[in-house]
Each structure stands twice: as structure tokens, then as C-alpha cells.
Design a protein. Structure first.
Length: 337
């Protein structure tokens, strides 16, 4: 889509209006691939499926579209040139796979829209048919995601990792994703201010011509995971005109309400939230462990409160499923609920 002649702020306002005021984002991609039997205990995590099972990635995107998602996020979260090279792939192969993550999501959108046009779901009394806008977001996971040890939940990269280190780490992948046919870039699970600043500088330096959202993660409801205050992080996102939404992902549902209020204190940009299931990730075993017994049902009961607090894009992150997204969509759009 790109931003030629379109103000970034109107890009998101127009999209939200087309969706009925609020947009539904998809749910966890990697954990859904696992639910379909994939073993992601690998440094590439979900990006492994770009090599081994791209058809399943497309199917999961399609499942989320059919559940009501207006935004699907491609499988590039942990797809990095450095990560693929460590697996013995060439730079060219790595770049092709990164681009492929967006193409797969675009293919899913194409299939979905064709089915809508053919009245494939006419027998269902579903509101989604009227809310056709679908964006494809290209995922950028943090440097900590590439480290493949759950470091995106600590944001603690050590003193040797500077702003320049992060910019050089992300530069080439960002260029590829920005020219891949994606509608926007989803900078996800951002753990600290430094990485947010690196993204802002890269968007400018590389003249990236599609919009972006910045989404942080938190474990205490006040700060992002590194301890940097969410307000300071959101201010960095606010300073960048290309950023069309600011928010929170892969964070327990119980923390989301307070985080939305904090973000709204420092920015008027649309707020996006896509929490995880509330379970805790063990980066060593790559397993999810129960925390406080949050279930999908609990999760969805919060949506009205989050909407009242000012969020306007809603989805799920790790361990949420198409059922979660279907329930979010109903909670937002069913007049009966
Ligand atoms: C958001 S975490 C669950 C992603 C996986 C992590 N980077 C790892 O490789 O262990
Ligand atoms: N978009 C990624 C985020 C992981 S935190 C996924 O859903 O797998
Ligand atoms: Zn997640």
C-alpha cells in the first residue's frame, strides 16, 4: 500500500473507519504452529516453518482471517539474516525467506478475499463479511528474539550492545520487509527504549515508505520488561510520524488496562493491544508455564474495558488461538454482547 500521498495518521484512521471503528488483529502465530504439531524448539522458532512448512503458515493466517482478523502478522518475527546464516543458508536464501513471510500472508489474504467475494460464508450469520479491510503487517522481532533464549522478556542486552549495534542488526531485514508488499511493519515485543530508538532512527535513515506500529511488552504493568517506563517508550514511538499505532503485546491480560491508560497519557496515536494468554515463557525449555490461571475466557471478558480505556486495535499474542480472535471479534462487534 505504501504512504505515497497519504498522511500516516489518516492511514490508520481510514483503516479503522473501514473496519467499523475498531480493528481485530490476529492471534499467536508461532504457538498456533505448535498447536498444529510443529516443534519450534529451535533458534529460528516460528521462522523454521518458513523453510519446513510454509503451507501451514499460510493456513494459520487464513484461520485467523476466518476468525475475524483485520490484520495478519507475517512469520518474520524470528526470521533474521543472521539466524538463517547460522543455519548454513546463504544471504540470498535468507533474504528470500524473509520476503516470503510477507508473500505467504498476502496469499492467505487473497484466498480469504476471494472466498468472501464468492459468498463462501453466506450460510453463516457473521459480521466479518462486512468488515473486509485486511492489512498484512511484516513482523520485526527484537534483537532479544534473535538471541533465542527469551531475552525479549528481559531486554537486558548488556553494555556491549549499543544503539548502533541494534541499528546494524535490524537494518537489512527492515529494508527487505519494507519492500516486500506488506502494508505496514509491526515492531513487536520491544523490550527497551534503546531498541525503540533504533527503530525510529532506521525508519528515517532508510526512508521506509510504509507505516509501522510499535508494540512493547511488560511484566509489571508500569514498565516495559527492561524496567524502562512504558511512558518513556511510548513517547519515543510518539515522536515518529511514521508510527501509526503504539501499544502492548505478549503481556499478561491482567496488566493491559493500566498500560493502555499510561500510553494514552503521552500519545494520541491509536493504541494497539494483543496480550498473550497470561502464561510465562521459559526461554531455556521453550515451554509455556501456567502463571495465574488466566484462560481464554477470562481474556475476552476484558475487551470492553480495554476499549473503554481507549484501545482501538485488539488481538492476541502467544498461546492465543483463532477461538480467542473469534471471541474478541464478537465482543467488539456483536450488538447482542
Ligand atoms: C516471544 S518469545 C515466546 C519467542 C521465542 C524466543 N525468542 C525463543 O527463541 O526462545
Ligand atoms: N507475531 C509473533 C509474536 C511473538 S511474541 C507470533 O505471534 O508468533
Ligand atoms: Zn508473543
Amino acid at each position: 500500500m505504501g504512504l505515497e500521498g497519504v498522511e500516516p495518521s489518516s492511514f490508520m484512521a481510514d483503516f479503522l473507519a473501514g473496519c467499523g471503528g475498531y480493528a481485530v488483529v490476529d492471534g499467536g502465530l508461532a504457538t498456533e504452529l505448535e498447536r498444529h504439531g510443529q516443534d519450534l524448539n529451535d533458534p529460528l522458532w516460528s521462522a523454521k516453518c518458513l523453510i519446513s512448512f510454509p503451507q501451514l503458515v499460510r493456513r494459520v493466517h487464513l484461520d485467523y482471517l476466518e476468525a475475524g482478523a483485520n490484520v495478519i502478522i507475517g512469520a518474520s518475527y524470528q526470521a533474521t539474516i543472521q539466524g538463517f546464516e547460522a543455519k548454513g543458508l546463504s544471504i540470498e536464501e535468507a533474504e528470500t525467506l524473509i520476503k516470503r513471510s510477507v508473500e505467504i500472508a498476502c496469499e492467505a489474504r487473497e484466498i480469504y478475499l476471494q472466498r468472501c467475494a464468492k459468498g463462501y460464508w453466506d450460510f453463516l450469520d457473521s459480521p466479518k463479511i462486512d468488515r473486509h479491510p485486511v492489512l498484512v503487517a511484516a513482523s520485526v522481532g527484537s534483537y532479544g528474539a534473535y538471541l533465542a533464549d527469551g531475552s525479549e522478556y528481559s531486554g537486558n542486552y548488556g553494555a556491549s550492545v549499543t544503539l548502533e549495534t541494534l541499528k546494524e542488526f535490524h537494518r537489512r531485514r527492515l529494508q527487505i520487509l519494507a519492500n516486500s508488499g506488506a502494508d505496514l511493519i509491526a515492531f513487536e515485543t520491544i523490550p527497551n527504549k534503546l531498541e525503540a530508538q533504533a527503530y525510529v532512527e532506521l525508519l528515517k535513515e532508510e526512508n521506509i515508505d510504509i507505516p509501522a506500529w510499535f508494540s512493547f511488552s511488560s511484566t509489571d504493568g508500569t514498565n516495559v520488561v527492561s524496567g524502562d517506563p512504558i511512558t518513556e517508550c511510548a513517547k519515543i514511538a510518539d515522536s515518529c510520524s511514521q508510527v501509526v499505532a503504539v501499544g502492548i503485546n505478549c503481556t499478561p491480560p491482567r496488566l493491559i488496562h493500566g498500560l493502555i491508560l499510561s500510553i494514552r497519557k503521552v500519545t494520541n496515536k491509536p493504541v494497539i493491544i494483543y496480550p498473550n494468554s497470561g502464561e510465562t515463557y521459559n526461554g531455556e525449555t521453550k515451554q509455556w508455564e501456567k502463571t495465574r490461571g488466566e484462560t481464554e475466557e477470562d481474556f475476552v471478558s476484558y475487551v470492553g474495558k480495554w476499549r473503554d480505556a481507549g484501545a482501538c486495535l485488539f488481538g492476541g499474542c502467544c498461546r492465543t488461538t483463532p477461538n480467542t480472535i473469534r471471541a474478541i471479534s464478537r465482543a467488539l462487534f456483536d450488538k447482542s454482547s
